[in-house]
Design a protein around this ligand. Structure first.
Ligand code: SAH
Length: 394
């Protein structure tokens, strides 16, 4: 294809030969002057061999690779990638009669850097994290609705907060195809209102599906505290699992009301549930010793950048310590970090240090991560972000 050419410095082609999806700006020997952000480029080695084709962008990640040859990036390309991603979800057993809510495209994990697509029934919420994907949003939306069997009718574009601010693209959130039908999605037979218009991310944290299902198994007869509850996902599963009482806490009043709506949706009669709008750290400080025997800690990413790692680790340590100190003897803690910048080992050390400070006997029962609809490209370990531990506290 006749795309603009970016040529790499000598010896800088190795990571692309190993299918790493990014080209850093420092690796570039030459490129056209004033290349527009989002332009499709062909990347050549210093010797002129084709390494692949991707989207150009200003900043330290200069090219996000879409393919490792120079074939076209057109609607057939997007349709093929989407079909592959859909087949993977079907093979993993994620799409079935009990669930119509899943991540269809997980950026680099589905060889489509910069693109996130979450499906809620007949509606897909699409997020662009790169100018190239933003410029291609219409052909991507068409490829999504045109894939036979996928069953999508509405494509909502939600990129106001995810695109690089400096690119000056001013994307407006809204439907690219179709319109609002219903905001109710089904996960493992449970129902959830999903607020893609105003909610965080695409409206729901699909990545915790398997971990919520695991929590259900631990909930029978338990007093459960769900910290950072957002849509109340863990709370609904705990109640389905037979919890004696569930308390959901979130600092956002909107999240608390969404949790209450989701409890009523699944338990129209009544449920032993209370939702409280409060800071999680304060709630843990104020609560009585031994009030709960199951605590979920699923905070927002404490480290959004590498520079924030030391503070974030102190945050995880502090939060876990508060829960360990107060949980009933023989209690269970589900503790998570969704900070991409923090490794599994760093998170585990923060939890270890909380365990030591609490003076309690702590054992690891499960080590959790993101589910199969959030695949990790093995050449791009940065894609693995969700870490969790299920702990038994004596
Ligand atoms: N557990 C949720 C996802 C949590 S997202 C799920 O399974 O869907 C993180 C949530 O933490 C957000 O809803 C946000 O409002 C809330 N939050 C952020 N800071 C907080 C704080 N200091 N105290 C309590 N909640 C907080």
């Amino acid at each position: 294809m006749n795309y603009d050419i970016i040529r790499l410095k000598k010896g800088k082609e190795e990571s692309l030969r190993r299918f790493h999806p990014w080209v850093f700006s420092g690796a570039i020997a030459s490129m056209p002057p004033e290349l527009e952000e989002g332009t499709i480029v062909t990347v050549l080695s210093y010797d002129g061999n084709v390494l692949g084709t991707g989207h150009y962008q200003k900043g330290s990640i200069a090219v996000r690779m879409l393919r490792f040859d120079d074939a076209p990036i057109d609607s057939a390309f997007y349709s093929d990638r989407i079909a592959e991603a859909w087949n993977l979800r079907k093979a993993a057993g994620i799409i079935n009669d009990r669930s119509d809510c899943y991540r269809l495209i997980h950026g680099e994990g589905d060889f489509l850097p910069g693109l996130i697509v979450d499906v809620y029934g007949a509606t897909a919420v699409m997020q662009a994290h790169s100018p190239g994907i933003h410029l291609s949003r219409k052909i991507i939306a068409e490829s999504l609705v045109n894939l036979p069997g996928l069953g999508l009718k509405n494509i909502f574009y939600k990129s106001e907060t995810t695109l690089p601010f400096k690119a000056g693209l001013e994307p407006a959130d809204g439907y690219l195809i179709g319109n609002f039908e219903t905001d109710v999605a089904k996960e493992n037979g449970l129902l959830f209102h999903v607020d893609w218009l105003k909610g965080q991310k695409t409206g729901f944290f699909i990545d915790q599906r398997d971990n919520r299902a695991l929590l259900r198994q631990y909930s029978c007869g338990k007093d459960v505290l769900n910290m950072f509850c957002y849509t109340g996902g863990f709370s609904v599963y705990a109640l389905k699992g037979g919890a004696r009482k569930v308390v959901s806490v979130d600092s956002s009043a909107k999240a608390v009301s969404l949790t209450e709506r989701n409890i009523s949706l699944n338990f129209p009669e009544s449920a032993p549930h209370t939702a409280i709008a409060m800071d999680a750290f304060k709630y843990l400080d104020d609560m009585a010793d031994g009030e709960f025997d199951l605590i979920v800690l699923d905070p927002p990413a404490f480290a959004k950048h590498r520079s924030a790692i030391p503070n974030a680790l102190r945050g995880y340590q502090k939060l876990n310590l508060k829960a360990f100190k107060k949980i009933r003897r023989g209690g269970i803690v589900f503790t998570f970090s969704c900070s991409q910048a923090i490794s599994k080992e760093q998170f585990r050390l923060a939890v270890l240090s909380a365990a030591v400070d609490s003076g309690r006997k702590v054992r690891i029962l499960h080590q959790l991560t993101q589910p199969a609809d959030h695949p990790v490209n093995i050449y791009h370990p940065e894609g693995e972000y969700l870490k969790g531990l299920v702990l038994h506290i004596d």
